[in-house]
Ligand binder design. Structure first.
Ligand SMILES: *Cc1c(COP(=O)(O)O)cnc(C)c1O
Length: 347
C-alpha cells in the first residue's frame, strides 16, 4: 500500500519505539514526568519562546490557544480555508463562547490586511459589536496546497495585530515543513506569532501529540485549559519520548518529502487527463484534479485504491497526495505508474 492520504499515517521509527521503552516516566498532571518536561523545554527553545505544553492533538492545541487568548463573546479572525475554521468542530465556539470570523483566504494562504481590518468595528465602544481578540494564521497552509507564508507577510501581520492590540496565533501543524522549505530556523517564523502549535504526529512521524508554544503566562493558562478539556495525561513521557526523537531526527529529512512531492507533481503533470493545481510545490502536499471525462473524482480515487495507492479528497474537486517518511522515492515512482495505468485502462 502506498499511503498518500496524509502524513498523519506515518508510523513511529524504530528509534522512537526504543526511546519509548526507555523513557523515564512520572505523573505529568503533577508536572513530574521528566520526559515531557524535556520535550517542553526543547520545543520552547527551538522556537525561541519561553514555554511549551504537550497536548494530545493539533485540534486541542489550537483550542487551548484560542481559549487562552480570548475572553468569551470575542471574535477570532480565522481564514475561511483553515483547519481551525473547517475541521475542528467549532470547539472554540462550543467551549469558549467565541465567534469565528471567517476571512477570505488568498490562493497562497494569506489573509489580506484589508480583509482583516474590515473585521474590526468602526466604534469599539459601541456595545453592539463583538471585538476581535485574536488573529490566526495557518503556516504552511494545508488547503492551499501546503504553501508557506512569506516571512515578510508574517512581519506585516504581526505589525497589523500589534497596532490593533491583539495577539497572533500560528497554526503551524507542519511548521517544520515551512522552516525547511524556507531554509530558515523555525524560530525565525515563530518570532512573528505570540503562540504557535505544531504537530509531532504528522511529518515528524511521532505517533501522537502536538506542542503549544508561547510565553510563560500564556502557557500557564493553556495548562489549566488542557486539564479542563481532559488533555492532562499521566505517564505522557511515553508520547514525549517519541516527540524528542521527532525534533532530533525527523526535521532535516522533511526536505526529502518535499523533493518527493515535487517528483510526484512533475510525474502527474505529464499525464493527460490530470491537472496539477499548483505550479510550484513548496512542501509535502500535491493537489490535482481529474479532468478525463471517463472518471468522476470518486471513481478515480477508488480505482487507485484498488491498485494500492491511497489519496484523499480535499474540497473544491481536488485530490490531495501527501508525501512523508512512510513513502520512499521508489514508491512515488510506483504510484505514478499506477496512476498512468489507471488512466490508460480506464479503471
Ligand atoms: C492536522 C492539522 C491540525 C489538527 O491536528 P490533529 O492532531 O489532527 O488534531 C490542525 N491544523 C492543521 C493545519 C492541520 O493540518
Amino acid at each position: 500500500m502506498i499511503e498518500l492520504r496524509s502524513d498523519t499515517f506515518t508510523l513511529p521509527t524504530a528509534e522512537m519505539m526504543d526511546a519509548i521503552a526507555r523513557a523515564p516516566l512520572g505523573d505529568d498532571v503533577y508536572g513530574e514526568d521528566p520526559t515531557v518536561r524535556e520535550l517542553e523545554r526543547r520545543s520552547a527553545a527551538i522556537l525561541g519562546k519561553e514555554a511549551a505544553l504537550l497536548v494530545p492533538s493539533g485540534t486541542m492545541a489550537n483550542l487551548v490557544s484560542l481559549l487562552a487568548h480570548c475572553p468569551r463573546g470575542s471574535k477570532v479572525l480565522v481564514g475561511d480555508e483553515t483547519d481551525i475554521y473547517i475541521y475542528e468542530a467549532a470547539g472554540a465556539s462550543v467551549c469558549g463562547g467565541l465567534m469565528y470570523e471567517p476571512i477570505p483566504t488568498q490562493p497562497d494562504g494569506r489573509l489580506e490586511l484589508k480583509d482583516l481590518a474590515a473585521a474590526f468595528p468602526s466604534d469599539p465602544s459601541d456595545p453592539q459589536f463583538a471585538l476581535p481578540a485574536l488573529l490566526c494564521l495557518e503556516n504552511p497552509h494545508n488547503r492551499c496546497g501546503g504553501k508557506v507564508l512569506p516571512v515578510s507577510y508574517l512581519a506585516e501581520v504581526r505589525h497589523f495585530a500589534r497596532e490593533r492590540g491583539i495577539p497572533v496565533h500560528m497554526d503551524g501543524a507542519r511548521l517544520f515543513n515551512a522552516a525547511v522549505a524556507l531554509k530558515k530556523p523555525a524560530a525565525e517564523l515563530a518570532q512573528y506569532a505570540d503562540s504557535i502549535q505544531f504537530c509531532l504526529s504528522k511529518g515528524l512521524s511521532a505517533p501522537v501529540g502536538s506542542m503549544v508554544v508561547g510565553s510563560q503566562e500564556f502557557i500557564r493558562k493553556a495548562y489549566r485549559l488542557r486539564k479542563m478539556l481532559g488533555g492532562g495525561m499521566r505517564q505522557a513521557g511515553i508520547i514525549a519520548a517519541a516527540g524528542l526523537v521527532s525534533l532530533e531526527r525527523m526535521v532535516d529529512r522533511l526536505e526529502e518529502d518535499h523533493r518527493n512531492a515535487q517528483r510526484l507533481a512533475e510525474g502527474l503533470r505529464k499525464l493527460p487527463g490530470l491537472e496539477v493545481v499548483d505550479r510550484h510545490i513548496e512542501t509535502n502536499i500535491v493537489f490535482f484534479r481529474v479532468v478525463d471525462p471517463r472518471f468522476t473524482m470518486e471513481r478515480f480515487m477508488e480505482a487507485l485504491g484498488r491498485r494500492g495507492v491511497r489519496v484523499a479528497e480535499l474540497g473544491h474537486g481536488r485530490i490531495r497526495a501527501v508525501t512523508h517518511s512512510g513513502v520512499s522515492t521508489q514508491q512515488v515512482d510506483e504510484a505514478l505508474s499506477i496512476v498512468r495505468s489507471v488512466l490508460e485502462h480506464g479503471e
